[in-house]
Design a protein around this ligand. Structure first.
Ligand code: IPM
Ligand code: MG
Length: 375
């Protein structure tokens, strides 16, 4: 029996190609694993009305970790139109499978390292090495949303909230409400994860990203909890920044930052910015980590326009596989893999189109595999 059971969830679009590339490299480092395919993605939404079928949920209950490619998602009305005829008009609602997966399995840490590998022509600056901790289960992603707004909710809000008066006269279909829900527990554990990481890896500073000057209730709570948690880590500096200012400062003084921690949506935003600073979508990798399960993925989407062309850069997914190796405790294999990625980037001979080259997805994977010492 193999040492690890890994769920293999390619999804759709370029998800399929980049996962194939990651597998070349995982096989080369010789991870002792059984990979079990799981159905997920747009095809299953269209034909079954469920992009994340129960059989895949069950699979995830019974594995050590998972690799996930990418999935196409569309707004509610467009998604409904693509259902096969028997399912259309039956009230099915599309919800992003990755967001559901994060909630269902309580994968509360979204870890997004953004490191500039030397010689990458896409680096904004050399030597950048930022690590983002994004809360992954609550905030504006909680899924508590209303459109149209039920009269019952409007009545209650009218009683409880003075500012709601400005909207109280609107017809239910003329406005929408998305609730930002942040809990003390959810805030505490993500901030603690960031500080623990800083402590374990010798990082000097954790910056808490928020907008507590305006979004007082939820971000106020996040910040209050963060200040409390920080007291337990006196050797690590704690810094606070509003999300808007943060995006400017990151570009202006990127070396002032080290580890960032943020509620879900700000973390989503700031992680795209940081990924761009170290090469863009081809380099952004992500771990969705809970206490029992972790799912690793590239930060990029399914890029349907490139699907099937084997053209996109697989490095983001290969670095996600490196994160998986580390999480499994196979840090030796993880660093072999990272050194190989780093060597291929530094040599500059094999480059995908985004890096200004003409190598295809699997050529890049093979070049990385060739750098890995035979096991
Ligand atoms: C990400 C993505 C997802 C998110 C989408 C695909 C639902 O942007 O992982 O950052 O918003 O979390
Ligand atoms: Mg995102």
């Amino acid at each position: 029996m193999a040492k690890y059971r890994i769920a293999w969830l390619p999804g759709d679009g370029i998800g399929i190609e980049v996962l194939e590339a990651a597998r070349v490299v995982l096989d080369r480092v010789g991870l002792d694993a059984e990979y079990i395919h799981g159905d997920i993605g747009w095809e299953f939404w269209r034909t079954e009305g469920e992009a994340f079928p129960k059989r895949t949920i069950d699979l995830l209950k019974n594995v050590d970790a998972a690799m996930f490619g990418a999935i196409t998602s569309k707004p509610a009305k467009a998604a409904e139109l693509e259902l096969v005829s028997g399912l259309r008009g039956t009230g099915l609602q599309y919800r992003s499978p990755i967001v559901r997966m994060r909630q269902l399995f309580d994968l509360y840490v979204c870890l997004r390292p953004c490191k500039a590998y030397a010689g990458n022509p896409l680096n904004y600056k050399e030597n950048l090495d930022l690590v983002i901790f994004r809360e992954n289960t609550e905030d504006l992603y909680a899924g508590v949303e209303f459109n149209p707004v039920p009269a019952e909710l409007a009545e209650t809000l009218k009683k409880l909230s003075k500012p709601f008066g400005a909207f109280a006269g609107l017809a239910p279909e003329d406005y929408a409400v998305s609730c930002k829900v942040n809990t003390r527990k959810g805030s505490e554990r993500i901030v603690r994860a960031a500080f623990e990481f800083a402590r374990n890896f010798g990082r000097k500073k954790v910056t808490v990203v928020h907008k507590a000057n305006v979004v007082r209730a939820t971000d106020g709570l996040f910040l209050e909890v963060a200040r409390e948690v920080a007291k337990g880590y006196p050797e690590i500096a704690m810094d606070e920044a509003n999300i808007d200012a943060m995006t400017m400062w990151l570009l202006k003084n990127p070396f002032n930052y080290d580890v960032l921690v943020a509620p879900n949506l700000y973390g989503d935003i700031v992680s795209d910015l940081c990924a761009q600073m170290v090469g863009g979508l081809g380099f952004g990798c992500s771990g969705n980590i809970g206490d029992k399960l972790a799912v690793f993925e590239p930060t990029h989407g399914s890029a349907p326009k490139y699907a099937g062309q084997y053209k996109v850069n697989p490095i983001a997914t290969i670095l996600a596989a490196k994160m998986m190796l580390d999480w499994l405790g196979e840090t030796g294999l993880g660093s072999q893999l990272e050194q190989a990625v780093s060597a291929v980037i530094a040599a500059g001979k094999v480059r995908t189109y985004d890096m200004g080259g003409s190598a295809k997805t699997l050529e890049m994977a093979n070049a990385i595999a060739a750098e890995i010492a035979a096991v």
